[in-house]
Design a binder for this molecule. Sequence first.
Ligand code: IDP
Ligand code: MG
Length: 160
Amino acid sequence: MATKGVKEQTLVLIKPDAMQRGLVGEIVTRFEKKGLKLVGMKMMGLDEALLREHYAHIADKPFFPGLAKFMQGTPVIAMCWEGLEVVDAVRKITGITKARQAEAGSIRGDFAMSVSCNVVHASDSVENAEKEVKRFFKTDEIHNYDKSEYTHVYAADELV
Ligand code: IDP
Ligand code: MG
């Protein structure tokens, strides 16, 4: 799976608070309007093993059991977005973890007040994005197609 240039990929999860609050369309729209390419999307429930792997860096924190319960409250929507330096771009659109301090204009800044119920997950580095896309999607669930608007989203020398 190519992950360089305009083919860089990142994982976004729409979390259960956003599912309950009817924010799915709004969240997807923000990434679409930025000019990113949606190459994978599915609804899925997260089991304990997947959550322990995905949140390995915080699995020993006291808040982890509560977080795991929250993340299992509804199915989530997993998305793979593609674009030039997309991992960084999506983190900026997402905003910082503590949503009530997240910058206005970011998804968390505009739609959330909590540290744990913060509407979306976004991969935090190119290295982690590669692992996370593989964790949530099978190879044949990631799609390769031409996006006609790319000639307007990117300059010719960026389209490599
Ligand atoms: P991130 O989602 O902004 O990358 P991480 O530090 O990777 O933040 O934490 C993963 C998720 O764990 C957060 O999005 C949030 O849902 C939850 N979380 C992180 N820190 C806390 C905390 O101090 N209390 C409760 N939940 C937390
Ligand atoms: Mg993180």
